[in-house]
Design a binder for this molecule. Structure first.
Ligand SMILES: C[S@@+](CC[C@H](N)C(=O)[O-])C[C@H]1O[C@@H](n2cnc3c(N)ncnc32)[C@H](O)[C@@H]1O
Length: 298
């Protein structure tokens, strides 16, 4: 679907919107945090259930997303506060607002369709651009810093650990041989020359995912958040997390289990919720999504 605000790009369709809303069980006067607001798909639905007494706090590392939501979500009369920051800074964000606890938190991890469709940010292997891949353009490193400054073992570990790609060593070796590597086609060529043609697009996708996760410190930030969010939920408050690969989902699952054993939360999704076949048909990006939900109990 084309979008008038971002001509030439597709609309970011929120994943499992009904399920997220049902599980968040919005109290109209409550305070909700969308920690990865992106293009406001989930947030606009949350806003629609909040009264003028309610408060929506939106966070994203991407300044473009914050600018976009500042316009797109401003028509609603619910209080909206936006932060160009990382969700793992939840404590300082809430402290700044003088808020001790909230009624619900949503994380929809990974990257948005706008980021993936950007022809200049290097997230997609389909476009000829510099290898940047930063969610937050104020920060270092860019993808090409990692690709050009890491030793072979470091690169292989990134590709293996964050991309679960078993040809990581030969890909890393080829990257080192072809350095300096600055553009998307150069990285694609290094992967092409070091892997068999079968399922190559999947291999390329895994390598791009791995480099992106390393550039943005995605798993470290998720760990920091998971170890501290529960105190910020009021009793009965809910956390909903959508992840798109097993590395993230495993972390969410283990952290929920640990918090359950400490009697801080109860888990509302014994098994993760996945999109319906109909949703996957209409929004292929949703196909690998897993939703886990828990409620603060003590
Ligand atoms: C899948 S999109 C969210 C889409 C959003 N739910 C919607 O419906 O429009 C993920 C967003 O998370 C952001 N992001 C990734 N890591 C983040 C972090 N540590 N803190 C805050 N935002 C982050 C990305 O910049 C991206 O905009």
């Amino acid at each position: 679907m084309a979008n008038s605000r971002h001509p030439g790009t597709k609309t970011h369709v929120p994943v499992m919107p009904k399920e997220v809303l049902t599980f968040l069980k919005i109290s109209p006067n409550g305070i909700y945090v969308d920690g990865t607001i992106g293009n406001g798909g989930h947030s606009s639905l949350i806003q629609s259930q909040l009264s003028t007494q309610g408060h929506l706090i939106g966070v994203d590392r991407d300044g473009e997303a914050i600018k976009f939501c500042n316009k797109a979500l401003s028509d609603n009369s619910t209080r909206l506060t936006l932060f160009n920051d990382s969700y793992h800074h939840l404590d300082s964000i809430l402290d700044e607002l003088g808020i001790s606890q909230v009624n619900g938190i949503l994380l929809d991890l990974g990257l948005s369709s706008y980021q993936l469709d950007s022809k200049s940010r290097g997230f997609s292997y389909k476009y000829n651009s510099d290898l940047d891949m930063r969610f937050d353009i104020r920060q270092k490193p860019k993808a090409y810093d990692i690709l050009n400054d890491s030793c072979r073992d470091e690169l292989a570990d990134i590709i293996y650990n964050y991309g679960e790609e078993r040809r990581s060593r030969s890909i890393a070796k080829r990257i080192i041989m072809m350095r300096p590597i600055h553009s998307v086609p150069e990285l694609v060529e290094a992967i092409r020359l070091s892997t068999p043609p079968r399922n190559r697009n999947k291999t390329i996708t895994r390598v791009f995912q791995a480099i992106r996760i390393a550039v943005n410190g995605e798993l470290e930030k998720l760990d920091l958040f998971l170890s501290s969010f529960s105190k910020r939920l009021c009793i009965g408050g809910r956390i909903t997390i959508i992840s798109f690969h097993s590395l993230e989902d495993r972390k969410v699952k283990h952290s929920f289990k640990k918090l359950k054993s400490e009697r801080e939360i109860k888990i509302l999704t014994k098994k993760p919720i996945v999109p319906s076949p109909e949703e996957i048909l209409n929004n292929t990006r949703s196909r690998s999504a897993k939703l886990r939900v828990a409620e603060r109990v003590d």
